[in-house]
Structure formats: structure tokens, C-alpha cells
Design a binder for this molecule. Structure first.
Ligand SMILES: [Zn+2]
Length: 439
């Protein structure tokens, strides 16, 4: 195991009771701040008949109404450009980002100078120390100049920590593969889907990633780093460690994996996290799956309280072998509440199916799940393709049978397999879209 390095060792190892005392204090302070600065929250709290002084215990926090993305979008529609939820005036924004808008209109987020240079810096410093990144590292960033938040914050924080940054935007994937080796990069960042794509491209181009200088692959945007077969694949393709990075444009950056690699830590010194049962809305017990609800305790520009992230997680409060007491999300983000589907009475995450597909080398790493309409009586279809044209029909058929057996045995559902020609499934540079719902 690499040496354990922490950004704020004192906070990262606090006993839970003390940690919660601090969280409660910051939560009430943040509530006061938003009541004063954000018309949106002022209105919300008035309607709920609640004041910051009413919150005296952690249980009281649950009296505070949730914040949803729909509300934020509505606020921006009614009060363009940024809506009336931000606590800063538009001219105070130093950086702006927007969500991808895959599930609707994109949401615009302004960040003040303090948030960009201090709050984000703090959050990502927890990450970098967690991964064991140092000023000797050389990081390669294959992303494009735009309003999509991913990697901007990590890059800016790395610069402040003295890491050498190689900008890999505006290049073809072939050129990126060559650049990683040419520049002696030690750290590579990307979505799991894209880093796997680059890793396989390197193999095709005869470029030896496993014997290159790359020692850390940071992935975000999809559950990959916590899906056992996907993590193993990334680590084998690069001969490096793969660490998880979790965050979102709205709530910012809250989760990082440490070098022990047993779940993703939540930055509890900066966020108050709850996991709520999706059906009952009551707190999910430790080890049970729940929806992650987050309150951002230090954001100055767009602090969100009790924000429903739609991320499904499983909390683990045991102290990690790294020494951190920050709770861990076992398996990272297991899936999106929107992506989870119930089939034959079973809740299924695409990431669980992915684990079985990527465990069979006969298949490529791309796949799609086609979900029939509830009650249609049809089976779910798993669309896969052989890893190469050299794979015989017999081999592909055997692999399909193995996959079906694994799915029936482990997930307890029967599915159909649709085997398509090699290279025909879509490839993604950003977040992959794997679930297709029949309309
Ligand atoms: Zn740890």
C-alpha cells in the first residue's frame, strides 16, 4: 500500500460525534446565510415554516425541505440567467459551468472567486492526497475547453499543488495515446469508458501503457472505478492504480477513493450527507441502498441544502484502513435513481450487469441494456459485441451462455442476448448512455 497522505488529517480522523457536532453547526450557519442571500431559499423556508434556530439536533435537519434539480431549473427559467437560488450577484462569478442537459435543460452554475480558488481547491486537495498524487506527478487531461465541469477543478488544484499539467484537448484519441507516453505522464484522467477506449487503442497502436510511467488513472462520471471487473480492466490496461472521483456540477465535489481502495470516502468536513430509502424517504440503514442527499456546508455561490442527488449509494461508517473516519460509499455511486430499473421485482443497476460483461474477455467493453415496458411480459435485452472479428460464432455463443448463466445466478433474472457485429455499438468520450428504455 502507498503511504497514507491526508489533506486535513485532524478533520479526516475525527470521531463521528465530533464530526457531527461540526456539521450541525455549519449546517445552521449555512441555513442562515442562504435565508439572507437567496430569495429561493427564503421563500422555501417561509413556506415550510422553518427557521435556522429551529435546527438543534441532527434529527431536526430532516425538517428542512429538500432541494431538487427541477426546482433549480424552474428558478432559472423564471429568473434568467442563473435563477434566484444563487447567493452571489452574477457579476461576482469567476467561472461558470453547466450540466450536460441529457435529462432536460442544462442548469447553469456560477462560482465566485472564493469558491473556485478556495472551496474547490480544498475539495480536490482531499482527492489528490487521497490518491497519493504529489508535485512530482505529470498529469494528462484529455478534455475539451467548454462549460462541462469535469476535470477543470482537478486540473486547477493540481496546478496549485505543483503537479505538471499536460493539456490534452483538441487532439484525436490516437494523438492522446501517443502524448501520454511522449510526455511521460504519470496520471491520466477520464471517464471509465474513455480511458478504457484509450487503453485499448494503445494496444492496437503497439504502445505499451503498462510499461509506461502512468501510475494513477483517475476516473469520474460513471461507476466504473468501483465496478470490480471495470477497475481490474483499467488497472491492467495501464499497469496503474485506478481511483474513483465523484462530484456533480450542482453540488460540487464530494467523494474520493483512498489508496486502500475499499469504497469512496465522502468529504464529511465540507458536506452533510444523508442516505434515504428511495421508497419510504426514511434514513437507509448502514449497508442498505439509499438516495444520497447532500448539503454543501461551505459553498458561497450556490449552496444547496438537502439536495437530492439521485445518486444511489450504500453508506459504511467503519473507520477505513487508511485511518479516515469519513464515511465510505461502498461501491461508490451504484447508479442513478433514474437509471436503476426494476425488473421482475428486482432492482437492477446497469453497473451490476457491466461487471459480468467485462468479466468475459470474449466481449468488447461496450454494451447496451434494452429495458422493455413494465408489464409488457418481454425480457430485458443485453446487447453485446465480440471483442474482435477473430472471435468465432461458436466462441461468441459460448460466451453469451456464460453471461446469461451469471446474470440468472447472480441477479436472478432471465434476459435475452443480442449479439451485434464487432465495433458497431456506440463509443463515448464523455458519460456513456447504456440504458435504453422501450417506449
Ligand atoms: Zn480510506
Amino acid at each position: 500500500m502507498s503511504k497514507i497522505k491526508m489533506w486535513r488529517p485532524q478533520l479526516e480522523t475525527l470521531p463521528r460525534e465530533e464530526l457531527e457536532k461540526k456539521q450541525l453547526k455549519y449546517f445552521v450557519e449555512q441555513m442562515r446565510y442562504v435565508t439572507e442571500k437567496s430569495p429561493f431559499y427564503k421563500r422555501k423556508f417561509k413556506a415550510a415554516g422553518i427557521k435556522p434556530d429551529d435546527i438543534k439536533t441532527m434529527d431536526d435537519v430532516r425538517m428542512v425541505p429538500f432541494t431538487t434539480k427541477q426546482e433549480l431549473l424552474k428558478s432559472q427559467e423564471e429568473h434568467p440567467v442563473f435563477g434566484d437560488f444563487p447567493c452571489i450577484k452574477p457579476e461576482k462569478a469567476t467561472r461558470v459551468f453547466q450540466t450536460s442537459g441529457t435529462t432536460g435543460k442544462p442548469l447553469k452554475i456560477p462560482l465566485s472567486k472564493k469558491d473556485w480558488f478556495k472551496t474547490y481547491y480544498d475539495q480536490f486537495s482531499y482527492y489528490l492526497c487521497g490518491y497519493g498524487v504529489t508535485s512530482k506527478d505529470v498529469a494528462f487531461f484529455p478534455f475539451t475547453y467548454g462549460t462541462f465541469i469535469a476535470w477543470w477543478g482537478v486540473q486547477a488544484t493540481m496546478e496549485q499543488h505543483g503537479v505538471t499539467v499536460i493539456p490534452g484537448g483538441g487532439q484525436t484519441s490516437d494523438a492522446r495515446v501517443k502524448s501520454i507516453v511522449d510526455w511521460d505522464a504519470t496520471v491520466v484522467c477520464g471517464t471509465p469508458t474513455y480511458v478504457i477506449y484509450l487503453g485499448e487503442l494503445a494496444k492496437k497502436l503497439g504502445i505499451d501503457f503498462p510499461n509506461s510511467k502512468v501510475r494513477i488513472v483517475i476516473t469520474a462520471g460513471e461507476p466504473g472505478a468501483q465496478v470490480a471487473a471495470t477497475k481490474k480492466l483499467i488497472e491492467t490496461l495501464y499497469g496503474a492504480k485506478n481511483y474513483d472521483d465523484i462530484g456533480s456540477t450542482e453540488i460540487s465535489n464530494f467523494g474520493f477513493e483512498c489508496v486502500v481502495q475499499t469504497g469512496t470516502h465522502l468529504i464529511e468536513s465540507m458536506f452533510l450527507a444523508e442516505s434515504l430509502d428511495v421508497e419510504t424517504g426514511k434514513p437507509a440503514s448502514e449497508g442498505e441502498v439509499g438516495e444520497l442527499v447532500l448539503s454543501n456546508l461551505f459553498c458561497e455561490s450556490v449552496p444547496l441544502l438537502r439536495y437530492m442527488t439521485k445518486d444511489l449509494v450504500r453508506f459504511n461508517y467503519q473507520t477505513c484502513d487508511c485511518g479516515r473516519t469519513f464515511l465510505r460509499m461502498d461501491g461508490g455511486v451504484l447508479g442513478r435513481a433514474d437509471d436503476m430499473f426494476t425488473f421482475g421485482g428486482v432492482n437492477i443497476f446497469p453497473s451490476a450487469v457491466e461487471n459480468f460483461i467485462r468479466g468475459i474477455p470474449t466481449f468488447s467493453n461496450e454494451y447496451q441494456l434494452v429495458i422493455p415496458k413494465q408489464g409488457s411480459g418481454k425480457r430485458m435485452t443485453i446487447r453485446v459485441e465480440p471483442a474482435s472479428a477473430d472471435i468465432t460464432d461458436e466462441q461468441a455463443k459460448n460466451a453469451a451462455k456464460q453471461l446469461l448463466d451469471n446474470i440468472i445466478y447472480n441477479i436472478k433474472i432471465t434476459a435475452d442476448i443480442d449479439l451485434v457485429a464487432p465495433g458497431t455499438l456506440p463509443r463515448f468520450e464523455g458519460k456513456a448512455k447504456r440504458v435504453i428504455r422501450a417506449s
